[in-house]
Design a protein around this ligand. Structure first.
Ligand code: PBG
Length: 322
């Protein structure tokens, strides 16, 4: 054989592989999702998400400090309130669990970026992401409540607002409300492209937010659609989104790539609860090498075009990156 092109030359040792590696992960890329519940001294593991907990505020502060020490700079907070009602009023209460949590983390932990997930489903007794009338999730009244929620989160000290309920016009309304309250410096990370996904199953256990009737297909996107993702993202860009998100991540790498190519805003991708649970479960059974598969998933998400990755693996893998 007389080959002149031998790609294996660049794969022979780890040093040379590191030299020619095209994509790298850094803890700076990660956002660590955390679930905060009421009470004290609570660290309750989610059965379908080993290593992920419902944390009371004191434990949340400890977990955030530990993550910070491991190199993670950003967290996204989800509130799990004891009391829920039809309008999700604890989502926008000044003393709501998320507002208290944001205040505590910003007060106690140095140099941490706090992103507030902005939705109603964890706070409504019916589990939908908006207000219901005759079995329908109403758009505009739900958006008004999201805007109120955003202002209360910013008042509590949130650094970024991340609206996730997929109502039409939420970015515009939240931008206007934030600006009117003097928060024109607070960016919006929009869950612009969020699919109605079976991969959210374990999250609904963690946040106790499963819909009590019907499903979310009337507002979240159809998994079959990619062009529609670009229309959704374009609307959010027009309305003033500062960052875009695609969610879930691994089953939608093509969508991440398409959004990356079309828009020049930072793109984030959410490796959701079901993606995490599958890797953990197969790892526990000894069917896959959990750490290796987790890293491979994360690198694919980045290679597809995501700048930022929301992942439950953030803290665990922060010190083990390629
Ligand atoms: C809605 C929200 C959901 C997730 C993040 N924000 C769930 C849903 O739409 O049911 C899912 C995250 C995950 O599965 O890890 N507030």
């Amino acid at each position: 054989m007389n080959l002149t092109r031998r790609p294996r030359r660049l794969r022979r040792t780890e040093s040379i592989r590191a030299l020619v590696r095209e994509t790298k992960l850094s803890p700076d890329d990660f956002v660590y999702p955390l679930f905060v519940c009421e009470g004290q001294g609570i660290r309750r593991e989610i059965s379908s998400m080993p290593g992920v907990f419902n944390l009371s505020i004191d434990e949340l502060v400890r977990e955030t400090e530990a993550a910070r020490r491991d190199g993670i700079r950003s967290v996204i907070l989800f509130g799990v309130p004891d009391e829920k009602d039809a309008e999700g009023s604890k989502a926008y209460a000044e003393d709501g669990i998320t507002q208290q949590a944001i205040r505590a983390v910003k007060r106690e932990v140095k140099d941490v970026l706090v992103i507030a997930d902005n939705c109603l489903c964890e706070y409504t007794d019916h589990g939908h992401c908006g207000v219901i009338e005759n079995g329908e999730v109403l758009n505009d009244p739900s958006v008004d409540l999201l805007a109120r929620t955003a202002v209360s989160q910013a008042e509590a000290g949130a650094d970024i607002i991340a609206p996730s309920n997929m109502m039409d016009g939420f970015v515009q309304a939240i931008r206007a409300a934030l600006d009117a309250s003097g928060f024109e410096q607070i960016p919006i990370m929009s869950y612009a492209v969020k699919y109605a996904s079976g991969f959210y199953g374990p999250f609904r256990e963690a946040a106790q937010s499963a819909p009590q009737f019907g499903d979310r297909r009337g507002y979240q996107m159809d998994p079959a659609n990619a062009r529609e993702a670009l229309r959704e993202a374009a609307l959010d860009v027009e309305q003033g989104a500062d960052m875009l998100m695609v969610k879930p991540a691994l089953p939608y790498l093509d969508v991440i790539r398409a959004v990356r190519e079309r828009f020049d805003l930072p793109v984030s991708a959410y490796q959701v609860s079901g993606e995490y649970a599958m890797i953990k479960a197969a790892g526990r059974l000894g069917w896959i090498d959990e750490e290796r598969v987790a890293l491979e998933s994360l690198i694919s998400i980045k290679r597809a075009g995501a700048d930022i990755i929301l992942t439950y693996f953030a803290r665990e893998l922060a010190r083990k990156l390629w």
